[in-house]
Design a protein around this ligand. Structure first.
Ligand code: PH2
Ligand code: MG
Ligand code: MG
Length: 162
């Protein structure tokens, strides 16, 4: 199944964390990292905290969504992530944005990712990879959601360190 994973980091070696994310996902024999978007440096949403690097990875997953999500949590832990306040700073945040055309709504996992629709720092890198993809439940494509998303301070910072 084709899936898209949002990557965010705003603490420590941010570029290293991006590389670690790609490496960690690829370490599963059932996950291939197909492409990475550009990396964007973005103003933080939520409480005051350092700027983020945000990007999106396109993956081909032989793991069902729940197992892929579990792997993502392990990769976050491997980058030293400690869960503190909601929306707070993090070494590495991996969000399952889209998993094929599936809609998932369980206590552990919601797909499409609930904040996908209004977050320009997620939609812009996602639109580089799949502008014409319909977002399940949104009645709009990725490019359409991007066009109607509120402005956000962000700049392209370079290619994804795959
Ligand atoms: N993630 C958050 C909270 N705020 N801000 C930016 N710019 N990028 C993020 O990925 C982000 C955030 C919680 O997931
Ligand atoms: Mg997030
Ligand atoms: Mg997250």
């Amino acid at each position: 199944m084709r899936a898209f994973v949002g990557v965010g980091t705003n603490v420590g070696d941010r570029w290293g964390h991006l590389a670690q994310a790609a490496r960690g996902l690829r370490a599963s024999p059932r996950v291939a990292v197909v492409r990475g978007s550009q990396v964007w440096e973005t103003a933080p949403a939520g409480p005051p905290q350092p700027d983020y690097l945000n990007a999106v990875l396109e993956v081909e997953s032989g793991l069902p969504a729940g197992r892929l999500h579990q792997l993502m949590l392990l990769v976050e832990e491997g980058a030293g992530r400690v869960r503190r306040e909601r929306w707070g700073p993090r070494t590495l945040d991996l969000d399952l944005l889209l998993y094929g055309s599936e809609r998932i709504d369980t206590p552990d996992l919601r797909v499409p990712h609930p904040s996908l629709r209004e977050r320009r720092f997620v939609l812009a890198p996602l639109a580089e990879l799949c502008p014409d993809l319909p977002v399940p439940g949104a009645g709009a494509t990725v490019a359409e959601l991007l066009a109607s998303s509120p402005p956000h301070r962000m700049r392209e910072a370079g290619p994804y360190p795959l």
